[in-house]
Every structure is written in structure tokens, then in C-alpha cells.
Design a protein around this ligand. Structure first.
Ligand code: OOG
Ligand code: NI
Length: 462
């Protein structure tokens, strides 16, 4: 097997993301409707906004927009999470970030699998938000043991998928035939199964403990629970949804509408109620029931914030929530009001060290670089117009938003659980790897973009 015959991981990821989208479109028809709506609005927005087009072009973001989506799954055991890490690695996706959802009363902790290098993100930025159930948080020991037994008996991967993961690791890649088979087999893990692997009684007990626990434990695998396209104008999509027969949740999660979008704004529509079959207690037949797990979501991505910017974001969001609790007004107006304290021009965001930027040569810079050698500081080169800066897009997630999304789709029933500490190290032990620090990734990207400018400008000087 020679290396040159391997299908690039980027290509496998693109194929997988397309296959996933086709499967979800069939399973959840509203998703197809949503995709069409988002595509229309993106096209209009791009046609109307030359500045946005130019900016996306300079951060290599233009081509990837319509291909861009994220999904989410929830798994039950460390072994499942561990094999998922290996499965995603075949497609060039690595775990980035640690999210503790326990703070929001949700018994999971999570990471996002995604490509890490800029070139790979530009080819296809497909990501999967992946949550691991914290079974230790179930207090009822008998119920915990019952859940453990169900999880221990299932295999969420097909034998062929397992073989192909082994082969990809041993060889360093997959040939064309294997890659195509891998996509088909890996997809099986994410498929919806309407036949539960528990009886109605156990389902109900798990559900009473927390709806999410029932969703994770009761089925053959971690069905993809939403697949989210990226829109360039979330307010427009939110307004247009009801006209298409889609009913979004009331508020958009994340920062308010701004000139310079920051981080991530998301909205979703309610989970579908789906018919499921439970095993009868004797195990001889089936009884009908229903389950809600899958929903639709859209998102708009903005600039990645530095630690300082993120702190300001968190503080303002908390101030908004406190003001809402104090009855000072509606969430939406208070959010807008509080976020006036967040600078809203790229120049200010940069000057105050609140966000990450990608530097590139201007036309003038490129022209000069061809004739003379130039060196200078970043600020100097910016001032004389040889370098420009564009936002680095946030590729990750927000735990508070995620909690809002989870909650809107779970409803309010289900007992409160008191949670243990966040535990990144135990998550990483289960995962079998450390998660990347997302802030470090953005900082590297920024530094590398300036270094590349410097190299181009100084070429002729040597
Ligand atoms: C994941 C929710 C988090 C997002 O976009 O923040 C998420 C889940 O419901 O499993 O997907
Ligand atoms: Ni999501």
C-alpha cells in the first residue's frame, strides 16, 4: 500500500459530511427546508454585501460557506468516546475544547471534533459536538447499574467500521475503495433507530432521571440529533422560518446583532416527536411509544475572541441574565443594552486585543514585495497600507448557548441533578487524548498569518 494511493482525510470528511446531510434530510424533512432557506438568504446576503464578500475572500472563507455544517451526538461510555475519536481521526477531525454542561444542569461533558489547520478548515470545516454521559451522576444505584448493563451490551460501531479504523491507523490512510466503504459504515453509527433497546418501563425511569439520559441509553446508537448549516444572516433566517412552516425558539442564543459579529449566534426549532418501539418486558414483542430528541438549528459565526474578549463577553452575558432575573426588562433589549460596552468595529477590537485577526498583504503590499524588500513592525506595515486584517472566524462552541439549545429541546420536566465538578482530565482519560486548547489555535493562526506577510515582504531584501 503506498501513501500516494490514500484518499486525503479532507476528502473523506467531505464525503462523510455530504452523506450525513443526505441521511438527515431523509430522516428529518424540515432539515431540507431549512437548508434551502439558508442557501437563499446566504446568496442574497453575499450579493448585497460587497464588504462581507471581500472579507470572506481574504480569510479564504467564501468557498466553504454552503458546505459548512456541524452535527451533535451523545454517547454513553468511555469506550464509545474513545473509538469515536479514532473514527473522526480517519477524517482529519481532532478534539478541540472542553465543555462542561453540568453547570447548566445537564449530565454530560463534551468536546468538538473538527479539523484544526486553516487549510483543512477551508476545504471542509465539518464538526461534531460530542457529549459523554456522566453516569456517575445518577444517584439511584439500581438505575445506574441497569443503564450500565444496557450500554455495555451495545456496540455502536459496525464490525467493518472497526476494521477500517484499525486499517487506517496501521497503514496511515485508506485507499479509494476502503475510504468509500468507511464512509458508508461510519454513517451507520449516526443513524436513527426507532426500535429502542430498552423496555418502556426502563425508558420511563431513565427519562424521569433526566430526558437526556433516556436519549443516550435507550437506543442502538448515538443518532445525530441535529445538523446545523451556517448562515450569514441569522436574524433574516429566524424571521423567515415561520413562513416556511418552521417554528424557531424565541431567542437567538449568544451575542446580539452587531456590525461586527462575534463568536457564535444560534437558534433552533423544537425536537420532533417520533414514534418508537419499546421491547416488551418479556422481550417477546414490541410496544409503541414516542421520543423527542432530534431538532433543527442554524448558526451565524463571527470573529474569534481572545481570552480578554471572551471574559468581556461572559461578563456582559452574565450581566444581561442578572438584569433579566431582577426584572429590569426583556432579555433581548437588555442584551443589546449591555453589549453596547463591547466595541463594534474591527479596528477597535484589534486595538484593544479583544479578537483574533488574519493578516495578509494588500495589493500595494504584494506589488512592493515583488520589487523591493521591506521589513517593519505589524503596526508600521498596517499604517502604510501594506498589510490588511480580517476576522478569524470562531470555529468552536459556547457552553451557555449549548445549554440553552439543549434546554429548549428537552423541555422543563426531569428531576434536577446536583452536579460534580467539571473534570477535563477524566474526560481526556476516557477520550484517550488531550483536547486542543482553542485559544492557542487561534493565536497560532494569527501569528502565522503575520509571519507569512513578513516573509513575502522581506524576500527581496535577502
Ligand atoms: C449538543 C448541543 C450543543 C451547539 O451547537 O451548541 C450544540 C446536543 O444537543 O447534543 O450542538
Ligand atoms: Ni448545535
Amino acid at each position: 500500500q503506498s501513501r500516494s494511493t490514500f484518499v486525503p482525510a479532507n476528502e473523506i470528511r467531505s464525503q462523510f459530511s455530504q452523506a450525513m446531510s443526505a441521511m438527515y434530510r431523509e430522516e428529518v424533512p424540515a432539515y431540507g427546508e431549512l437548508m434551502a432557506l439558508v442557501e437563499e438568504i446566504n446568496a442574497t446576503r453575499l450579493a448585497d454585501d460587497a464588504q462581507l464578500r471581500d472579507q470572506l475572500d481574504h480569510s479564504n472563507g467564501l468557498d466553504r460557506i454552503t458546505e459548512e455544517r456541524h452535527g451533535a451526538i451523545r454517547v454513553g461510555t468511555a469506550a464509545e468516546l474513545n473509538t469515536l475519536r479514532r473514527l473522526f481521526a480517519v477524517m482529519g477531525m481532532e478534539p478541540v475544547g472542553y465543555y462542561d454542561l453540568a453547570v447548566a444542569g445537564i449530565p454530560v461533558h463534551s468536546t468538538a471534533f473538527r479539523p484544526v489547520a486553516e487549510a483543512d478548515l477551508n476545504i471542509n470545516p465539518f464538526r461534531v459536538f460530542t457529549s459523554l454521559l456522566r453516569l456517575e451522576l445518577i444517584e439511584d444505584a439500581e438505575l445506574r447499574r441497569a443503564a450500565e448493563a444496557v450500554l455495555a451490551a451495545r456496540d455502536i460501531f459496525t464490525p467493518a467500521a472497526r476494521n477500517l479504523i484499525d486499517r487506517a491507523e496501521a497503514q496511515g490512510g485508506l485507499n479509494e475503495e476502503d475510504a468509500a466503504r468507511f464512509v458508508t459504515e461510519a454513517l451507520e453509527t449516526f443513524r436513527w433507530h426507532s426500535k429502542a433497546i430498552v423496555d418502556a418501563d426502563l425508558y420511563q425511569k431513565l427519562h424521569d432521571e433526566h430526558r437526556l439520559i433516556a436519549d443516550i441509553v435507550s437506543f442502538h446508537g448515538p443518532h445525530i440529533n441535529h445538523l446545523t448549516p451556517r448562515t450569514l444572516d441569522i436574524d433574516a433566517v429566524q424571521r423567515a422560518m415561520p413562513g416556511r412552516g418552521i417554528n424557531p425558539k424565541e431567542v437567538i442564543e449568544g451575542p446580539p446583532e452587531r456590525n461586527c459579529p462575534i463568536l457564535l449566534r444560534q437558534t433552533s426549532f423544537k425536537a420532533l416527536e417520533e414514534k418508537v418501539l419499546f421491547r416488551t418486558a418479556e422481550g417477546t414483542g414490541w410496544s409503541e411509544g414516542s421520543h423527542t430528541a432530534r431538532f433543527g438549528e442554524i448558526e451565524q459565526r463571527g470573529i474569534a475572541l481572545t481570552a480578554k474578549g471572551r471574559k468581556l463577553y461572559d461578563d456582559l452575558l452574565e450581566a444581561t441574565r442578572a438584569a433579566v432575573r431582577a426584572g429590569e426588562g426583556t432579555y433581548e433589549t437588555l442584551l443589546l443594552e449591555k453589549f453596547r460596552a463591547f466595541p463594534d468595529s474591527y479596528a477597535e477590537l484589534r486595538a484593544e486585543g479583544l479578537a483574533f485577526f488574519r493578516y495578509s498583504l494588500t495589493d500595494k503590499g504584494a506589488e512592493l514585495a515583488r520589487s523591493v524588500g521591506i521589513s517593519g513592525t505589524l503596526e508600521g506595515l498596517l499604517e502604510i497600507g501594506l498589510i490588511r486584517f480580517d476576522p478569524i472566524i470562531y470555529e468552536d462552541f459556547l457552553p451557555v448557548s449549548a445549554a440553552g439549545i439543549f434546554q429548549s429541546n428537552l423541555g422543563d420536566t426531569g428531576a434536577e441533578i446536583v452536579y460534580a465538578n467539571p473534570s477535563q482530565s477524566s474526560f481526556e482519560a476516557d477520550l484517550g487524548a488531550k483536547v486542543h486548547d482553542e485559544l492557542a489555535l487561534y493565536a497560532e493562526l494569527e501569528q502565522a498569518s503575520f509571519a507569512a506577510c513578513q516573509a513575502l515582504l522581506s524576500e527581496k531584501a535577502q
